[in-house]
Design a protein around this ligand. Structure first.
Ligand SMILES: C[S@@+](CC[C@H](N)C(=O)[O-])C[C@H]1O[C@@H](n2cnc3c(N)ncnc32)[C@H](O)[C@@H]1O
Length: 352
């Protein structure tokens, strides 16, 4: 998934940095800003018991499906009630049932689809109408108890991933493209995804990091807060709508949701330093690991002062390709900068 700050290409760097500092790779790890869950999933595979969190609903859905759950659900009740023939797996049989629904002109079509009342070209008319049919059906199954909680989140996670794959945008939902990219013209396709089981208890949360930090403790706290002023809510609002499905009235050319409660202090120049300082001072963990970027809004000296107040600090760096949308290129934003930024990993051994 293309996501601002996605760490999938930095997992090796994070793991190797911890290994080189002789941090024991076992026990519990909390990923307080989980996003796509890439870091939580990596450490789950290494055997950690994981707690993950993010205040966005689409992230919570992914966490419930791929972090908290330890297996692909079996969909017993739905398979039986719908009288499905299972030729591969029950999950794929259910997903194929959803894939074969008749398209339906509903909320996604009107608000995010070409030819809808707003003509927002986030999805082709066919894909928007399929998303409507699929999302309404998943909700109906949940309301009628045909799927349990784990099954509901699994279906929703697969739908979010598949919708994101065919979305007509260049990296974020800040704007839709006016010309179709080739992948957006493909029919949305729900494909079952494996769930890694680690035989441990894992937990998913949808809270403000500032609140959750006061309730938890453990071995490793991994922090990957936003480092620039791009708020996630307006940049990933379409995924949020599919996850929440409250069908709220949207505003503006791009159809924004109301995101008053999902504004991050970490994306505010005046609030970020104080917000991080509070999290670090309240952290009840043996190790705190922070990902940050050399272009982040918290000045390096402030960052070091905050971390040093908690314990001994080690710093690791890796060159990294800048996150850019096609619009950034079009508008020639960053034209004077090169394509590389420096990714930092700070490790704090918390003093007793
Ligand atoms: C840099 S991204 C994390 C990326 C993630 N590590 C990954 O690999 O996909 C930061 C995340 O923090 C979340 N976030 C921002 N402010 C938050 C807050 N105050 N409490 C909880 N989550 C927050 C955003 O929704 C976003 O998903």
């Amino acid at each position: 998934m293309k996501y601002i700050g996605n760490k999938s290409n930095l997992l090796g760097f994070i793991e190797e940095s911890l290994k080189s500092a002789a941090v024991p790779l076992q026990g519990t790890l909390t990923d307080l800003f989980s996003g796509t869950t890439s870091v939580a999933e990596h450490f789950k595979k290494l055997g950690f018991s994981i707690t993950s969190n993010d205040f966005m609903t689409y992230s919570y859905v992914l966490q419930k499906a791929f972090i908290e759950s330890n297996e692909v659900p079996t969909f017993d009740k739905a398979v039986e009630s719908l009288n499905l023939r299972v030729s591969t797996t029950p999950a794929q049989a259910i997903l194929d049932y959803l894939n074969n629904l008749a398209p339906q002109e509903g909320y996604a079509f009107q608000n995010y689809g070409a030819e809808g009342s707003q003509n927002r070209m986030y999805f082709t008319k066919q894909n928007a109408c399929l998303i409507d049919a699929m999302r309404d059906t998943i909700q109906k199954w949940k309301n009628e108890n045909l799927v349990n909680e784990a099954e509901f989140y699994y279906l929703l996670a697969v739908l979010i991933d598949a919708a994101d794959h065919v979305a007509n945008m260049s990296g974020t939902y800040g704007a839709f493209l006016k010309i179709w990219r080739s992948v957006a013209l493909k029919r949305i396709n729900l494909k079952s995804r494996p769930v890694f089981g680690n035989s441990r208890c894992n937990y998913a949360y949808q809270k403000k990091a500032e609140d959750l930090i006061t309730e938890i403790s453990g071995d490793i706290l991994y922090l990957d807060p936003p480092y620039n002023s791009r708020q996630y809510a307006p940049n990933f609002h379409v995924l949020e709508s599919i996850a929440v499905w409250d069908k709220q009235a949207l505003s503006g050319k791009t159809g924004l949701r109301n995101y008053e409660d999902q504004k991050s202090d970490f994306s505010s120049k005046t609030k970020a330093t104080q917000a991080l300082s509070k999290i670090i001072s309240q952290a009840n963990f043996q190790f705190v690991v922070l990902s940050y970027n050399n272009e982040g809004i918290i000045p390096h000296e402030d960052l070091m002062a905050i971390l040093k107040s908690k314990g001994e600090v080690q710093v690791f760096t890796q060159e990294y390709r800048r996150f850019r949308t096609e619009r950034d290129h079009e508008k020639r934003k960053y034209k004077d900068m090169d394509d590389k930024t420096l990714e930092y990993l700070f490790l704090v051994r918390v003093k007793p």
